[in-house]
Design a binder for this molecule. Sequence first.
Ligand SMILES: *Cc1c(COP(=O)(O)O)cnc(C)c1O
Length: 261
Amino acid sequence: MLSLADRITVVRERIAAAARRAGRDPGDVRLVGVTKTHPPDLVRAALNAGLTDFGENRVQEGEAKISALAAERGSMTWHLIGHLQTNKARRAAALFDVIHSVDDLRVAEALSRGRAGSNPGAVRTRIEGRGPDPQDSVAEPLPILLQVNVSGEMTKEGFDLAVWEAQPGRFDGFCSEVERILSLPHLRVCGLMTIAPWGDVPEGARPAFRSTRRLRDQLARRFPGASWHDLSMGMTDDFEVAIEEGATIVRVGRAIFGERH
Ligand SMILES: *Cc1c(COP(=O)(O)O)cnc(C)c1O
């Protein structure tokens, strides 16, 4: 049996090899360890083994682990990678460092309000009834990714961009939502996230990853003022293919922490 530290090393080596195959710098791929269903002690062990980025797919489960590891909070980056509902957005904005799963304008609006509300300066301004003071605008905008569904798989998650390359109307409709999200004051859009359709072989995920990268490139042309650097794509079964197609963030659970029960 490999130790946790060994499994992290093996995943890092596979990431580096995939990056080199694609002529990319391995340092440009960030590894997020997905800890859903696993206890805080295992998360701490991974932190001690050198992992710094952690992904949870539920706000409540994430909150429990983030509080259990409050003493280590400063050396961890917490990513919310699962579907987010509007009524949990405020909480999520206060807890997490990066939200990968924004797939709705209303959720984005709630996150922006939540980030503003978690800014002590903003709260003080409201209470004292003063106008906004530039000195109070200390909260960094919350980094987010827009989750897209390019495969047309039957799931409610992700902006529906199946067949976007064949139907320009689909892309234009998405762009008008993107424009409104980009205008939200307390968010910073960093790129796209996608989940490949379920399949038997890693190669099966390639078309979805490639389509997501092309979509990102189109958005960068349409909205050159925003950053579209990040592509969060690839999990245990397909992260190497995702890196070959340009992933800058991979979300890996089972290859590090073992099967979930
Ligand atoms: C669970 C999960 C992962 C990790 O999946 P593994 O197959 O265990 O690597 C990645 N992304 C999302 C959105 C998940 O829910």
